[in-house]
Ligand binder design. Structure first.
Ligand SMILES: [Fe+2]
Ligand SMILES: [Fe+2]
Length: 379
């Protein structure tokens, strides 16, 4: 009897074992999902199996020896997911009144807390109702799919981080005088969005956009970037192209696509007099308005070949004067709230943070009398 049964039912484990190999060869997410669903179906000898996305409400990889309409499959998935007890990942459902030819006699649904999708398997034959070992097999197929997905996401992440590191290193190498500028801009921009109370997701985006904002300089000639002295009008025009070149480079890296507006428009002015598109006010993308302040702050704090670094007092004065002109006044207000977190490290490089604070407090406490009491050099 046991032999007859084991011959009738497929052994799920060889099927699932071969799924491991197939997932390793998959070249897209859709292909991985198809492999997992088909293996789950074969492992439990289901009439129909498919993937249901809770995000989109759509069905994919629908297949098996029996025809089943996608809208019916989606509706059944929604109903059974609704019955899934909180904290549970699987549900085996046995139809109490298997009267209809269009409703399965048994179903297994396997979901996962981390994913928005689930695998469904259906049987329409009352003599082949699913049991616990079928539920385990479908669950195993889903877990294999998720493990493969996590692994490929991890390698995509490390690839993108490597690419970012590579790009910022190239930008720095093109103009060693501004080395580290991209990372400082990224860090200042994060402080600004925090002060503005924006969401943590925006903090991540603004950091990446800060690292990439001048990536277009890769496409400019070295001698233009390293030219001593101020640029003439023609050279300035050439330099301005880094915004459009940067936009093109970021567009070619699909996962960074949403950072394009920040990169393209970081030199726009709030009054519409910036470049490359002459956007004004709220028409300038928010992250570009943030980067504009962070970029200007780091540029003023850093010495150039033709001028020394500006003092915090001078920088404050520029931002105050240019609020609503060059810069978004809301971002300038955020800058004023966090400026103390930005300035000291600059002075560490020069005269040291403590010396800076000492001098600041002396200057703040200067009165006309103390000025007058300074020893006179004149005899
Ligand atoms: Fe720039
Ligand atoms: Fe910049």
């Amino acid at each position: 009897m046991t032999d007859t049964l084991s011959n009738a039912m497929p052994d799920p484990w060889p099927v699932l074992e071969s799924l491991l190999l197939k997932l390793g060869d998959a070249t897209s997410t859709n292909q991985s999902v198809s492999y997992a669903v088909e293996s789950a179906r074969a492992a439990v000898n289901a009439d129909v199996a498919y993937w249901y996305s809770r995000n989109s409400g759509k069905v994919s990889a629908l297949g098996g020896p029996r025809e089943y309409a996608a809208d019916r499959a989606a509706s059944l998935a929604r109903q059974l997911l609704g019955r899934l007890p909180a904290g549970h990942e699987t549900l085996r459902w046995l139809n109490p009144d298997a009267m209809s030819d269009t409703i399965p006699d048994s179903a297994v649904i396997c979901s996962d807390a981390r994913t928005q999708g689930c695998i469904m398997a259906l049987n329409f034959d009352p003599s082949r109702r699913f049991d616990d070992s079928d539920t385990k097999a479908v669950r195993m197929a889903l877990k294999m799919l998720l493990a493969q997905r996590a692994q490929s996401q991890a390698s995509t992440k490390s690839l993108l981080l490597g690419l970012l590191h590579c790009l910022t290193t190239i930008i720095d190498a093109k103009d060693p005088y501004t080395a580290g500028h991209s990372e400082r801009v990224a860090r200042i921009a994060v402080l600004l969005v925090k002060a503005m109370g924006l969401s943590p997701a925006i903090e991540g985006d603004v950091f990446l956009a800060g690292l990439l904002h001048d990536v277009g300089k890769i496409g400019l000639p070295d001698d233009l970037l390293q030219r001593p002295g101020r640029l003439n009008a023609e050279e300035m025009e050439e330099m301005r192209k880094h915004t459009i070149l940067g936009d093109r480079i970021v567009a070619s890296i699909k996962p960074f696509d949403r950072l394009r507006p920040a990169v393209r428009n970081h030199h726009e002015h709030f009054n519409g007099k910036g470049y490359p598109d002459g956007l004004a006010g709220d028409k300038i993308p928010l992250l570009a308005r943030v980067l504009s302040v962070a970029d200007a702050c780091d540029a003023m704090m850093s010495p150039r070949r033709y001028r020394s670094a500006r003092s915090p007092y001078e920088i404050d004065a520029v931002f105050t004067a240019e609020a609503s002109q060059q810069f978004d006044p809301v971002v300038v207000r955020a800058f004023m709230a966090i400026r103390h977190q930005i300035y000291p490290p600059i002075y560490q490089k020069g005269i040291g943070e403590s010396a800076f604070h000492a001098i600041e407090s002396i200057v703040d406490n200067l009165t006309d009398n103390s000025m007058l009491s300074l020893p006179s050099l004149a005899k």
